[in-house]
Design a protein around this ligand. Structure first.
Ligand code: 4NP
Length: 163
């Protein structure tokens, strides 16, 4: 990380209405709590275009609120400029990562793409953040549990504290 500019992180899932806007809110709070607000820019986007302009899924908002997260992001689709603008692009599952690496224009851009599952530590049975869209309440709670774990580890990794 340099002192001069913000380190930018883009979270990506399929629709940008469940997992990635939640990840954005979870990491933003961790960054704010650690007094690092000025050093990071955090955003999220979707592989698909179905939900452009939408607020996060009502169920995701309902489950996030008791944990203190207000999800106000408006969905947008990943664009080619994201691969230039962001330092790190984090896919929620293997399909997201495959799609992102396909969309990247250069090897350097491909190398910015990482998998959220690589930062999960407390839930060894999960190597990705599963799509909750067709799941019940447990699916949304699981997503938040996994994201809180992974975002903490991802931030440590970016700051050079661990790994
Ligand atoms: P997300 O969940 O990728 O976590 O935002 C989904 C939301 C919508 C759809 C798929 C996944 N969809 O097919 O519309």
């Amino acid at each position: 990380m340099t002192q001069h500019r913000k380190y930018s992180i883009l979270f990506v899932c399929l629709g940008n209405i469940c997992r990635s806007p939640a990840a954005q809110a979870v990491l933003q709070r961790l960054v704010d709590e650690r007094g690092l607000t000025e050093r990071f820019y955090i955003d999220s986007a979707g592989i698909g275009s179905w939900h452009i302009g939408d607020l996060p899924d009502k169920r995701m908002r309902v489950h996030a609120r008791p944990r203190g997260y207000e999800l106000t992001h408006r969905a947008r689709q990943v664009k080619s400029g994201d691969f230039e603008d962001f330092d790190l692009i984090v896919g929620m599952d293997a399909a997201n990562v495959d799609d992102l690496r396909y969309l990247a224009a250069t090897i350097e851009q491909q190398d910015k793409v990482v998998m959220m599952g690589d930062y999960i530590r407390q839930y060894p049975n999960y190597d990705h953040v599963p799509d909750p869209y067709y799941e019940g309440s447990e699916g949304f709670e699981l997503v938040l549990d996994l994201l809180e774990d992974a975002c903490d580890n991802l931030l440590d990794r970016v700051l050079g504290f661990r790994y």
